[in-house]
Design a protein around this ligand. Structure first.
Ligand code: BG6
Ligand code: MG
Length: 216
């Protein structure tokens, strides 16, 4: 049976969560809403517009903006986020990621990206790892976001691997739930949060070996 790996991006390949947080916090402040890092946890893995909706609801302003105004706010946040990514480079890969991807390639295990981020191709390019991935699921093509399994099922299909032969890597609770609902083996990556339902949790990718995972 052909095996495959499906990766989330933000928080698994690189630590962009801090930049999402800075950009959302700034936008929220401009609307009179204060968010903190605890609230930010609930935005991980959630699409741009769903994140904005959550922030507006948190500030009890969910009915204050038209769809066009919300589009403008989401764009404003993204413009700031993209500015913060200007200096992103291979040095920003999380520990163990490059070695793991090299090892997967050596074992001819196809890899795909299942990220809610529309910025994924640009970020992977800046990190210098775009070529390791056979496919990046386009979040615009999804009917539902995480924790729905759709993005993980599509990612596995894109590299011609059955979900039960695929391993998913995630740092967010919504992502672990999506991976499990897709029928895949879930590896949680977080040194700080407990990811309920993960088949295995590690603090970083340095703790993982491709060979051991294939045997499993
Ligand atoms: C996810 C992040 O990977 O992508 C979320 O965890 C983010 O925080 C989402 O909102 C969408 O990202 P983008 O780059 O399309 O705004
Ligand atoms: Mg993530």
């Amino acid at each position: 049976m052909k095996k495959g790996f499906v990766f989330d991006l933000d928080g698994v390949i690189t630590d962009t969560a801090k930049f999402h947080y800075i950009a959302w916090k700034e936008l929220a402040e401009s609307l009179g809403i204060t968010i903190d890092e605890v609230f930010n946890e609930s935005l991980k893995g959630i699409s741009r517009m769903d994140s904005l909706d959550k922030i507006l609801a948190y500030g009890q302003k969910e009915n204050d903006y038209s769809p066009a105004e919300k589009e403008a706010l989401a764009k404003q946040k993204n413009d700031e986020y993209v500015k913060l990514l200007a200096d992103l480079s291979a040095a920003d890969l999380l520990p163990g990621v490059h070695d793991f991807l090299m090892d997967a390639k050596a074992h001819q295990i196809p890899c795909a990206i299942a990220s809610a981020s529309k910025n994924a191709p640009m970020i992977l390019e800046k990190l210098g790892v775009l070529d390791f991935f056979g496919h990046i699921v386009d979040p615009e093509s999804l009917k539902k976001g995480k924790p729905d399994p759709e993005i993980f099922v599509k990612a596995a299909q894109s590299i011609a691997v059955a979900p039960e032969d695929a391993i998913g890597f995630e740092d967010a609770q919504a992502g672990i739930e999506g991976i499990k609902a897709a029928g895949m083996y879930a590896i949680g990556i977080s040194a700080t949060e407990t990811l309920a339902g993960a088949d295995l949790q590690v603090g970083s990718m340095t703790e993982l070996s491709v060979e051991q995972l294939i045997e499993r």
